[in-house]
Ligand binder design. Structure first.
Ligand SMILES: [Zn+2]
Length: 288
């Protein structure tokens, strides 16, 4: 499936939650915070699971762009609900910027308008700034991470800040759209080699492609729900002392059950094993 906008470079990250559900209808601006980095440096940073975040793309102060996730994927940008609600692009810059500071970066503002116009055209997103109340009511349009924070109260981020010039960006996006000069959609292209972690395997359920780490986390999510339904939330799993992190190796991945927690793949497998075992034991006892 083609992306709405073709970035200057692609540095696709494994920091994603798999394929997005249907019904996404917002375009969300973020700021990267900290020092101004180039688009490539921002995207390179988010190749690492340790970065704990990702977007669909980033735009630097000079208007250069890098793609981090293809459009059909769920990035790690605005917590569970926000990540699944729309497309997320982050800007070099800070939420504390004044309007003057933003407008002093015309190349970046122009690229914001071009990217927004591309998504408006390809995904049918209205070029209308939405409040957090409207976002919560699932009205399509343009918003910031701050609106998502207030809409679903899953995070406290305030980017891209109260002074971000939505009026200027949206007006220019409308100009591009009416002039018919919106960039053409990206062509179909093969998966790039390297840079992301793990092969993808088509699901037996519906054929969507997931990485090993994603399968494990989805299984953990489902077994945890079953476990909690049987034993209640917070029930003691009875993990044998000293074994939880023993021999644990590799990167940590955030849990789909509780995004504040991260585990290695071997820990996910061992957690799934103990929860499945407890459920199995309960079943066997009931049958005895
Ligand atoms: Zn943000």
């Amino acid at each position: 499936m083609a992306n709405a906008f073709t970035a200057d470079i692609d540095l696709l990250t494994a920091n994603d939650d798999g394929l997005a559900p249907a019904g996404r209808n917002i375009f969300t601006f973020h700021t990267f915070e900290g020092q101004d980095l180039s688009a490539e440096a921002m995207a390179r940073y988010q190749l690492s699971p340790a970065a704990g975040g990702s977007y669909h793309g980033v735009i630097d102060a000079e208007g250069r762009t890098a793609r981090e996730n293809d459009d059909e994927y769920i990035p790690w940008a605005a917590m569970f609900t926000g990540n699944r609600a729309g497309w997320h692009w982050s800007l070099a810059g800070r939420a504390s910027f004044t309007r003057e500071q933003w407008l002093a970066r015309p190349k970046q503002m122009e690229k914001c308008a071009i990217v927004l116009a591309a998504y408006a055209k390809e995904k049918g997103i209205p070029t209308v700034k939405r409040s957090h109340v409207e976002v919560r009511a699932r009205q399509g349009g343009v918003c910031g991470h701050d609106d998502i924070s207030k809409a679903w109260q899953e995070s406290d981020h305030t980017d891209p800040g109260v002074n971000f010039p939505y009026d200027v960006v949206i007006a220019r996006a409308n100009e591009i759209l009416s002039g018919g000069t919106a960039p053409t959609p990206a062509p179909e292209r093969p998966q790039p080699a390297g840079e992301f972690t793990g092969n993808k395997y088509p699901s037996y359920l519906d054929g969507r492609e997931l990485r090993f780490s994603e399968y494990l986390r989805f299984v953990d999510y489902k077994i945890t729900r079953l476990y909690e339904a049987e034993f209640g939330t917070g029930a003691d799993l009875g993990i044998k002392d000293g074994t939880f992190s023993a021999a644990s190796v590799g990167e940590q991945y955030p849990s789909y059950v509780d995004a504040s927690k991260s585990f290695t793949l071997d820990q996910y497998l061992r957690l799934i094993d103990i929860k499945a075992t407890r459920l199995y034991e309960k079943q066997e006892t009931a049958n005895a």
